[in-house]
Ligand binder design. Structure first.
Ligand code: 5RP
Length: 230
């Protein structure tokens, strides 16, 4: 199967998981990216079961609305039974690197409200030690250089994310992203706390303190269901 076919497979598996485990009338937390898009497309078939969704990005909001799925502001919602999202890397403890699509801050906020985080990914995302995928860090623009120095002191090589046209990539929150190369992330929780504590950092794309509870991993033999004890 191609990577796109695997993404569709896990997107459908996540929609099936939600039908089986989430009560009717619930609001669903929805992530961002090509795998999350497959989930949204699969979720559309059962949209009548749910009140709607909380979105993690402007792009996801547009896709949900294109299917006629109502999008709620997170401020209107007290709890989310489930949050479904992709990942750039996921390790054996359910910790993830996220933010390849630039939506890390809203993803982390919506995930923090959810009872269960379901990660959907193709098997290429599963790693023993994270860090091959550059670690995204959303920064307030005026702090870009100062934060970059601190990230370099941690052993990484920060690179400002730019668009195809060469302009700084701007997040949905009006900030910039440093992609940190060259890290070998053996202590995801510790590194998440250290980077989040740097003045000017909005969010680091390490999801370790609140990692996945379940991963639906698509591979040659179908969907593997991996649960993580917390
Ligand atoms: C977006 C994300 C995505 O979940 C992550 O980049 C994976 O994307 P894709 O499913 O397209 O491979 O964190 O900010």
């Amino acid at each position: 199967m191609t990577q796109d076919e695997l993404k569709q497979l896990v997107g459908q598996a996540a929609a099936d998981y939600v039908v089986a485990n989430v009560p009717e009338g619930a609001v669903i937390g929805v992530g961002t990216g090509s795998t999350a898009n497959c989930f949204i497309d699969a979720l559309a078939a059962s949209k009548g079961r749910y009140r709607g969704a909380v979105s993690s990005s402007l792009a996801t909001t547009a896709r949900l609305q294109s299917h006629g799925i109502k999008v709620f502001d997170l401020n209107e919602i007290d709890s989310l039974p489930v949050y479904v999202d992709g990942a750039d890397e996921i390790d054996g403890s359910g910790a993830m690197i996220k933010g390849g699509g630039g939506a890390l801050t809203r993803e982390k906020i919506v995930a923090s409200v959810s009872d269960v985080f379901v990660c959907i990914a193709d098997a290429s995302k599963r790693v023993d030690v994270m860090g091959t995928f550059p670690l995204p860090v959303e920064v307030v623009p005026m702090a870009r250089t100062a934060v970059g120095r601190r990230l370099a002191a941690l052993g990484g090589v920060p690179v400002l994310r730019v668009t195809k046209e060469g302009a700084p990539f701007i997040t949905d929150n009006g900030n910039e992203i440093l992609d940190v190369k060259g890290l070998s992330i053996t202590d995801p929780r510790g590194l998440e706390a250290r980077i989040n504590a740097l003045p000017g950092v909005v969010t680091v794309g390490l999801f370790a303190a609140r990692g996945a509870d379940l991963c639906l991993l698509g591979g040659a033999n179908g969907v593997e269901r991996i649960t993580y004890g917390k």
